[in-house]
Structures are given as C-alpha cells and as structure tokens.
Design a protein around this ligand. Structure first.
Ligand SMILES: NC(=O)C1=CN([C@@H]2O[C@H](COP(=O)(O)OP(=O)(O)OC[C@H]3O[C@@H](n4cnc5c(N)ncnc54)[C@H](O)[C@@H]3O)[C@@H](O)[C@H]2O)C=CC1
Ligand SMILES: N[C@@H](CC=O)C(=O)O
Ligand code: NA
Length: 428
C-alpha cells in the first residue's frame, strides 16, 4: 500500500483513437478522479514511436517518450492501448514484473496469451483489468467476472463487434455498399488497425473467448472458437433477409451444455422483432443467461475512442484505488474442465437460398435431400425467376454436421442449379 497522498503514476502506451481520449479525460477530469481514487493520477509518460510528431492539443509533447521499458519501469499502473501482440505482451509482462498493475483494451492479446498474463499478474499480486477489451463502453467483463461470480452462466449471446454491426446496419438501413460502410467505420474509429480482424470475425471471436473463459471458469482460447466473418455477406443476402422480415447480424454465442462448452461467431438471420435487430450502428448488445439471475441484457456503445476510454478509466480508477489504499481485484478463475465442443455438435438452424430447375418434381427432390439427413423443413418460399426458380428453405433446429451434409448434397443434386447462400437463424 502506498501513501494515500502520493500520486499514482500512470504510463500510457499508444495514444491512438482510444489512448488519446484516455489522456484527454485524465487531464479534464483530474480533480474528480483524484477524489474517487483517494490520490492524484499523474501521467508519468506516453509511449510513442516518434516523439517529434505533433499529436494535437490533448497530448502534451513533454510527456512523449520512445523508451517504453524505462516508462513502464517507473509507473504504478500501465495502460496498454497499442493493440497487437508484440511489443504489447512483453511490455505488459515487464510492467507486471516491476510491480505495476495493468489496464488493457487488447482482446487479441488476451485471447491468445491471457493465461500467461493472468498467471504473471497473480504471481506478482498486481491487477490486470480489461473491461474495454469486450464490448467497448458496456460494463460486461466486470458483471460476468464479479457480479455473477455466485451464479451459473449457461449462455451468452450477442453482438460484440461495432464495426461489423455498423457495416451490416448501413447495408440494411441505407443500402450502402460493403466497402463504403467499412471505410466509414474506419474513419469513425471503430475498426481495428487491420480491419480484417473485424470483418473476418477474429475480433468477435477473441471477445467470445474472453467472455466464455470468465463465464465458464475455464480457459477458452481463440482457437477454440468457431469463427466466420461477414466478408461473404452480399447485398443480395441483406435484401433477401429484409424481404422476410429478418436482419443479418454478426453474433457471438457461448453455451454450456451437458456435454461441454461451445463458442462460435458467425453471421446469422435475426427476426426484425428480436431486440438484437434493433441494435444499430456501432452499438453492441449482449444477453447473458444465468441459472439464478435469469436473463440479463447489456447494451451500449461497443466501439469508438470516447466510449472505450470510459471503460479504460473505470478500470484505471479501480486499480489506482488499490495502489493508493490497498486491495486487489479478482484473480483468474479457471478451475472448470468442460470439454470444448466442435461446431459440428452445435444445434443450429439454417436458411438455404438456392436457384433450382423450374420443372415438376424439383421440390420433392430437394425435400428428399433434407429428409435423407433427418433435417426438418419449417418454411419454404419460392421466388419466380427467368431461367431458374428461387427457393428459400428454413430448417428446424438440427446438428450442424447434418445441416452441412444436407447443403453438400444439395450442391451435388441435379435439381439444384446453385446454392446461393447459407445463413444460420438465431433468436427465435
Ligand atoms: N477503437 C475502438 O473502438 C476500440 C479499440 N479497442 C482496443 O484498443 C486498442 C487500441 O485501439 P485504437 O486506439 O483503436 O488503435 P489505434 O491504432 O488508433 O491506436 C494505437 C496506437 O498505438 C500506437 N502503436 C501501435 N503499435 C505500436 C508500437 N509497436 N510501438 C509504439 N506505438 C505503437 C499507434 O501508433 C497508435 O498511436 C486495441 O487493442 C484495440 O483492439 C478496444 C475497444 C474499442
Ligand atoms: N474494432 C472493434 C473495436 C472495439 O472492440 C469493434 O469494431 O468492435
Ligand atoms: Na466493456
């Protein structure tokens, strides 16, 4: 425990979209933060690669340094907002080894190297907080890690990536092209430095791995998460969804069943009437189902510099309080050993859009393929076409492996000219 009047020194690594807002708010709200912490927060330095570059009025030049290790060594709390694996991992380990607590928004790093970092933090008896790493401004890590620590979480389902929700929403509501919407998301500060992480679902998968680890009290790594992004979603898919009163959302789903835990990220059709359909722009929404609490819903801004800075500052106040007055946050809880199940075992529903030969007997040939794999058809819609007829079939819930085998046989069937898209259905 330090002297309560002694300032808590903060190192900021990476004053980008989020980091620059953290620095601005640390200065603008200095008095309130000092009162809440019980000691002033003092920025010891800001690590950048190029100290000569002007970074605007919010980033005082005098605080810039290009010597990250020296900065980390003199800080009580290190706030890592550079992103990426290295040098973030090494600098966080250096911080922990020198006795500093760490606040990070780096989900990619936590999903890949979380165990190493949690173990180092526990061994050094320092805090490692990461509220901003999952669903931006929304308090979600803390509720799952602390508020629900006495309950049994069975399912988490939601939208956890702002960039892809923004893109799909702009395509749906304004008919924007995918590329234009992505560019806008980048300009608004929602996207990762390499937006492939967003559009291919890796960012959502990292968040899903972190949430599943916290919810199920075991280690779930990035590689355990089945992941499909939105880069294959076309304007035609978006229009077809709208015509049937559905929207396409990128969902993260973590479930605990009698057989184990399953974690997946993929685009899905959601009925317009479902609350997730009303989540627009870069907002996120996450449903948590727990045995005693029942259903909980978390909603708010999932990306953007200022909202994310709010989550970082919340963590910073907590860990700085511990530095000023003693105490420590929760350590990693990883005692459970449920099997991590493959996607093939998941029960899902498919919507298959295809063009078929426009001749008698085709519908029964198609129906036979579904029956062959014991997959029930719930809804059939036929759309007249010029050379071929359009057919949209929605299935009842079935094991993913049977649904895949059905699609594979449809592709090989003489009755089917082309399987145009396959989307899972969720939220009904
Ligand atoms: N932008 C957002 O809405 C959110 C971002 N995050 C996470 O926050 C972190 C930061 O994200 P942004 O601020 O959006 O990124 P950014 O790219 O705007 O900022 C990163 C900053 O770190 C610097 N940096 C990167 N690598 C460096 C290195 N090797 N040495 C020195 N400086 C380096 C960059 O020059 C830049 O100034 C990432 O981990 C991201 O995943 C989390 C939630 C929301
Ligand atoms: N790129 C991420 C930023 C927040 O985590 C997103 O779009 O959600
Ligand atoms: Na959050």
């Amino acid at each position: 425990m330090s002297d309560p009047l002694k300032p808590v020194s903060i190192a900021i690594l990476g004053p980008g979209t989020v980091g620059s807002e953290v620095v601005r708010l640390l200065t603008a709200q200095a008095e309130d933060l000092a009162a809440r912490v019980g000691a002033p927060l003092e920025i010891a330095g800001i690590y950048v690669r190029d100290t000569s570059k002007d970074r605007g009025p919010n980033i005082p030049r005098a605080l810039l340094t290009d010597d990250a290790s020296a900065l980390v060594a003199k800080a009580d709390v290190v706030v890592e907002l550079m992103g990426g694996i290295e040098p973030a991992r090494t600098l966080i380990l250096e911080a922990i080894a020198s006795g500093a607590s760490v606040v990070t928004a780096n989900k990619a790093l936590l999903a890949q190297h979380g165990p190493e970092l949690y173990e180092a933090a526990d061994a050094a008896n320092v805090d490692l907080y990461f509220e901003a790493a999952v669903a931006g401004a929304i308090p979600l890590v803390r509720p799952v890690r602390e508020s629900l620590a006495g309950d049994h979480i069975s399912r988490i389902l939601g939208i956890v990536n702002g960039t892809t929700n923004y893109i799909l929403d702009e395509m749906t509501m304004r008919g924007l092209d995918y590329d234009v919407a992505l560019k806008q998301a980048q300009e608004l500060g929602y996207a990762e430095a390499d937006p492939t992480a967003d559009v291919e679902g890796h960012d959502a998968a990292a968040k899903a791995a972190i949430l599943a680890s916290l919810a199920f009290h075991q280690r779930v790594a990035m590689d355990d998460v089945y992941c499909e992004g939105i880069s294959a979603v076309t304007s035609e898919d978006v229009i077809a969804a709208r015509e049937t009163d559905q929207v396409i959302k990128l969902l993260a789903i973590a479930e605990r069943t009698a057989d184990g835990v399953a974690v997946r990220v993929h685009p899905a059709l959601v009925p317009m009437t479902h609350p997730l359909a009303g989540v627009h722009g870069a907002f996120n929404a996450v449903f948590v189902e727990a045995e005693s609490a029942g259903g909980l819903m978390f909603y708010g801004q999932g990306a953007g510099g200022t909202p994310t800075a709010s989550a970082v500052l919340g963590d910073l106040v907590s860990v700085a309080r511990h530095k000023a007055s003693g105490g420590k946050g929760p350590h990693e809880s990883n005692y459970a050993e449920h099997e991590v199940l493959p996607i093939e075992a998941a029960l899902t529903r498919y919507c298959v859009r295809m063009s078929v030969e426009d001749r008698p007997g085709v519908l029964s040939a198609v129906a036979e393929v579904f029956a062959r794999h014991d997959v029930g058809i719930e809804i059939v819609r036929q759309v007249p076409g010029q050379t071929h007829a359009g057919l949209i079939l929605s299935t009842y819930s079935a094991p993913e492996r049977d649904l895949r085998a059905t699609v594979s046989d449809l592709e090989a069937s003489d009755a089917v000219a082309e399987v145009k898209s396959v989307l899972r259905i969720e939220g009904e």
